[in-house]
Design a protein around this ligand. Sequence first.
Ligand code: CA
Length: 355
Amino acid sequence: MVNKEAADRTNGRGYLRIATEEAFAPASLLQTYLKLANEPGCDDPGFKSLWGFYAASPSARAQFIMNGLADLGAQRLAHMDAAGIDHQIIALTSPGVQVFDAPTGTSLAIEANDILADAVRAHPDRYTGMVAVAPQDPASAVKEMERGVRKLGFKAVILNGHTRGEYHDDPKFWPLFEAAEALDTPIYLHPNAPPKQMIEPFLEAGLDGAVYGFGVDTGLHMLRIICAGVFDRFPKLQFIIGHAGEALPFWLYRLDYMHAATLKSNRYPFMKQLAHPISHYLRNNIYITNSGVAWQPAIEFCQKIIGPERVMYAMDYPYQYVLDEVRLCDEMTIPSEHKKQFFQTNAERVFKLAL
Ligand code: CA
């Protein structure tokens, strides 16, 4: 529920703007990224392409992103005020700690979560945190999820794509899903660059990053999790995916048809018969944000396909800090109740916010 003070803060819009896929990274972690990207032994070409560039480039875009990621104080709040963003749901940027060996990843996750928790404590009305984990060590990741939710007050878990080339449909990662369901905490599956076994044709064309490779890999990753039967095993588990659903809503008709046809023909002996068609899981276990896609046709299509109660606003700060995109979303010609769900009430429900 919105209290009176919050209602006044909408300046007559009738809704708060809650941005649900916003990024941060401790400055020390960004330096660790650069060091790792430059190591001759680093065998993650997507990571080298991403952080070898952003952490070293003098370009205005890279500098803005590096400064924006590291700041959880006055600069971020000023940018939010300028854009009219009332609240950010903040997560450790991609690839989080998932690129490191297990002990390093585990300790860096704790460090990053503590830094974010301090910022949330300082600005509880403006920030909500997601828990970063190191799935390389599933048992420690579960412990950190529990600490993040129960002790730090975080409201979601962030998974940044593959973990050292492995997708999370592998049953060894399922303890994370079991814990998220038990904690009633959604998992945000955020992109990373495709893993080395997939990235070469993307890299050759300069399409490995957010322009395309991120979306292809994240759509695939989400589908792998659905097709592995994760939601049949954990029916209350909720995922969130960004970028207008990583194109999955657009594919949905064919996914349903071809998944059923493939099963029926016994083409792959390992393929599981699911309890429901793929579309069921998109409509019951997955929320979509529009991060980076301030475009009414795509947003409206997602609302139509999976329901207006499952589509949320995200800016993708600091990667896509574009004031005009907020205006475009405000001016969408969709029913006003759908707009309020999109900007405010879905996020309040999903992240259990009391603004
Ligand atoms: Ca993002």
